[in-house]
Every structure is written in structure tokens, then in C-alpha cells.
Design a binder for this molecule. Structure first.
Ligand code: ADP
Ligand code: MG
Length: 452
């Protein structure tokens, strides 16, 4: 009971743990989704800033160069040169952040355009140095401006490409994350179903059988209690009857001597005598039922005991026109009380005889096999008493082992109750199969003796 309880608690604990784990995973990945999309948005914003940065710096470069051209202040030239190197470095820094080939290609073109821009500015500076352009004159700058515009256009292209790849990446991430989310939710759902199924299985295979067993054992206990009190009552009555019966029998015996042979009185006395014998038999049955003696177990050959019973009953059977045969070729050995086992067999054979109208056959058989005894699968010998009698209706089957249940005018209804009790005390079981108008087979199931 406690082991089952422990297992149940274990099951429940495992389910809760898995549910918690999945819940945690779901929560963590949802958090991650939010984090990721925030990050992606910020990267997108950064890519706009990239374009701004590039535009601003290029304009600064242009402006420094133009100022130098017009004013010839070496500081302006210096500023242009530093700005140019910085922007060149900045372009190189961008390369690792680009993921698509399209972006890489645009960056290559930017590099080329930047070289062209450099060439254009170098030409202009050479012309200025060669004093081909007088101060204040801005002619020749338009060629630089063309290159700078081209560069700027490319920078915008790069930003577009970058954004496009980011958008694609975001969409892909969203897709895989929502797939992940779906996966988590469906596994949660699956877990719920699994839990319900498990609960169902636990109920079906563990709780329900336990409940049924409890009901069954309650019924058995109730029956045992009833039988016990019935037994006490019956034993009391039987005991009280036994003494007067002995006295009556003794008086009959002396009286019988005074009666004339062949007289009506002697005939009456014989009938009285027979009835007294029957009463004694009943009393003996009742007493045995009420106070069953403990079996004295010895090793017995199943076949031998069947043959003994046959030899004992064969003459009586022959007279009744019933064939009694033994079908025992095995060598099963049992631990049993020979007297009690024989009594059970005789009871069963007697019932078989009673069930046969006219002629018929009774077979005593020995079989071996495995059977569940006291909840354990045990190697057993089965001693069968098979008859070709009238069989039993389901009403009779239900009450078969009840003490005092009988369908016979002269029956006590104790034969099977006693038999079942004896076999129970041997650690065995009494079973039967029956078909109305075909016959009945009773089986005495007893554990095989060890060491055979
Ligand atoms: P009794 O023999 O005194 O009636 P039992 O306990 O031996 O009491 O049997 C109870 C009842 O079970 C019988 O009255 C009979 O109806 C039924 N019964 C037992 N054995 C057989 C059998 N082999 N074939 C048909 N009915 C049987
Ligand atoms: Mg009987």
C-alpha cells in the first residue's frame, strides 16, 4: 500500500517537475524573443545612424577641402587629411558587421568610389599646389563633388541593403522563435494529456483493482464472520444432539433383541436405526464444519491417493451403474493430510454420484500446472473429479459453498463447505467448471511439494 502511494507521489512529482521545466523554458524563450527583437530594432536604428555619420563626415571633408581651396589655410588642409584617414578607417571597420554578399559588394564599390574620390581631391590639391587655381576660386571642385555624391549614394545603398538583411534576419528569427513557442506550448499540452493518461492508468491499474480487492476482502471477512458464528451455533446444537442420539441408539439396540424376526416392529426398528445413523452422520458433518481439525501434512503421491479413493468407492459405484476411473499417469507429490484429502475426494465423488441420473462416468484425474494461490503464481497439482451428471445452474453455482445449501432432500449442504475449508487450510483452492446437462468438474488445486 505504502509502496503504491510512494510510486503515485513519485509520478505526480515527476509530472510537476517536467511541467515546471517546460514552463520555465517557455518563459525564458519568450523573454529571449523580446530581448532579441529589441536588440534588432536598436541595430536597425544604428544602421540609420551609420548613414548619417557617413554623410556628415563626407560633407565635413568636402567643406574642409573647399575652405582650403578658397582660403588656403593649412589648417583646413590638415583637417581634410585627418578626416579623410578617419573615414577610410571607418569604412574598414564596417566590413565585419556586414552579413550578406550584397552588402559586401556595395562596400567594395564604396572602397573604389572612395579611391576615386581620393584621386579627385588629389588632382584638385595638385592643381592648387601648382597655383593653377587662384585663391577664392572654387572651379574644379565640382569634380570632387560628383565623386562625393556618388559615394553618398553608395552609402545609402549600403544602409538599405543592411536594413533589408536585418529585416530578413528579424523575420527569420521571429519565425523560428514562434516555432519554438509553438513547440513549447504543444509540449505543455502533450504533457497535460500525458499526465491525464498517466492518472487514468494509475487509477485503472492500481487504485481501481485495490478498491475492488478491498470490497472483495470485506465481503470475504463478512462471510467468514457469519460462518464463524454459524459454526459456533451449529456445533453447540450438534453436541447437544449427539448425547441423546447415543442413548437412543443404545436403547434401540437392546429393544431390537426382544423383537421377532420378520415382524413389523423389527422392520420399524431397522428404519429407526438407519435414520439414527443418518442423524449421526449429519451431526458429525456439522461438528467437523464447525471445528475443523488442523491438517497433518505429509508427502503424498497424488496418483496413489486417487487410486485409493477409487478402490474404496468402486464397489458402491458398480452397484449404481457408474463407471469410476482414474487417469493419473504423472508423479506429482503433495504435502497434504491423507485422511482429510481422501474425505474431500469422497465428498466430491459422492456429489458426482448424486448428480448422475441412471448410468454415467466419473473420472479422477491428476494434472500439474501453475496457478495463482494467495496472490502468487505457484506450481500446483490439480486433482480433478469429473462427472457426466446434470451440471449446475448459475443460481446453484453462486451458493455452492454456502454451508447448509443443498438441492437434495437428504443433503446437509455441508460437503462442499467442509471440502473448501480443508483445502483452504492446505494452502490450496477448490475450483469447478460446469455445464448444465453435460457434467461438472471439481478441481482440488494444491501446491506441489518441493523437492520433486
Ligand atoms: P450436499 O451434497 O449435502 O447437497 P454439498 O455442499 O456437497 O451439499 O453440495 C451442495 C450442492 O451443490 C448440492 O446440493 C448440489 O446441488 C450441488 N452440487 C455439488 N456437486 C455437484 C455436482 N458434481 N454436480 C451437480 N451439482 C453439484
Ligand atoms: Mg455433498
Amino acid at each position: 500500500m505504502s509502496a503504491i502511494k510512494l510510486r503515485l507521489i513519485g509520478f505526480a512529482f515527476a509530472i510537476v517537475m517536467v511541467a515546471l521545466m517546460i514552463g520555465w523554458a517557455a518563459h525564458a524563450s519568450l523573454k529571449r524573443v523580446t530581448e532579441l527583437s529589441d536588440k534588432l530594432t536598436s541595430v536597425q536604428i544604428a544602421s540609420f545612424q551609420t548613414a548619417d555619420y557617413f554623410q556628415a563626415h563626407l560633407q565635413k571633408l568636402d567643406y574642409a577641402l573647399l575652405r582650403y581651396q578658397v582660403r588656403r589655410d593649412p589648417f583646413d588642409r590638415q583637417q581634410f587629411q585627418t578626416g579623410w584617414t578617419n573615414l577610410n578607417d571607418w569604412i574598414d571597420v564596417q566590413r565585419p558587421t556586414l552579413t550578406t554578399t550584397n552588402e559586401q559588394a556595395i562596400l567594395d564599390r564604396i572602397n573604389e568610389a572612395y579611391d576615386d574620390y581620393f584621386a579627385a581631391t588629389s588632382n584638385l590639391l595638385q592643381a592648387i599646389d601648382a597655383k593653377m587655381i587662384p585663391p577664392g576660386d572654387s572651379s574644379g571642385f565640382d569634380r570632387v563633388e560628383i565623386q562625393s555624391q556618388r559615394l553618398l549614394g553608395l552609402a545609402y545603398q549600403l544602409v538599405d541593403a543592411h536594413r533589408e538583411s536585418l529585416t530578413r534576419f528579424v523575420a527569420d528569427s521571429h519565425k523560428s522563435l514562434s516555432f519554438l513557442r509553438g513547440l513549447i506550448f504543444s509540449s505543455l499540452f502533450l504533457l497535460l494529456i500525458l499526465g491525464a493518461w498517466l492518472a487514468g492508468v494509475v487509477y485503472r491499474d492500481m487504485i481501481n483493482p485495490m478498491r475492488l480487492k478491498l470490497i472483495e476482502s470485506n465481503a470475504i471477512i463478512e462471510r467468514q464472520e457469519k460462518l464463524a458464528s454459524l459454526g459456533v451455533l451449529a456445533a453447540g446444537v450438534a453436541h447437544e444432539i449427539r448425547n441423546p442420539l447415543t442413548a437412543i441408539k443404545a436403547r434401540l439396540f437392546t429393544q431390537r433383541k426382544t423383537l421377532r424376526a420378520g415382524s413389523g416392529e423389527l422392520e420399524d426398528a431397522d428404519v429407526i436405526g438407519k435414520e439414527i445413523d443418518r442423524l449421526e452422520h449429519i451431526v458429525q458433518d456439522v461438528l467437523q464444519f464447525a471445528r475443523p481439525s488442523e491438517p497433518k501434512l505429509v508427502k503424498l503421491s497424488a496418483g496413489a491417493i486417487l487410486r485409493e479413493v477409487r478402490d474404496l468407492l468402486a464397489p458402491q459405484m458398480q452397484k449404481a451403474g457408474i463407471e469410476l476411473r482414474v487417469d493419473a499417469s504423472g508423479d506429482a507429490v503433495l504435502n497434504a493430510d491423507a485422511g482429510q484429502l481422501k474425505q474431500v475426494l469422497i465428498n466430491l465423488v459422492q456429489n458426482a454420484v448424486d448428480s448422475i441420473e441412471g448410468s454415467g462416468r466419473i473420472t479422477l484425474r491428476e494434472r500439474t500446472g501453475n496457478a495463482r494461490l494467495n496472490g502468487q503464481l505457484t506450481p500446483v497439482a490439480i486433482l480433478e473429479v469429473e462427472d457426466t451428471g446434470r451440471g449446475m445452474t448459475s443460481e446453484v453455482q453462486k451458493r455452492l459453498f454456502d454451508p447448509f445449501f443443498t438441492t437434495k432432500d437428504a443433503g446437509t449442504g455441508l460437503g462442499l463447505a467442509i471440502a473448501a475449508r480443508i483445502i483452504g487450510k492446505h494452502g490450496g483452492a477448490l475450483e469447478f467448471q460446469t455445464l448444465v446437462n453435460r457434467g461438472t468438474t471439481f478441481g482440488i488445486v494444491l501446491p506441489l511439494s518441493n523437492g520433486i
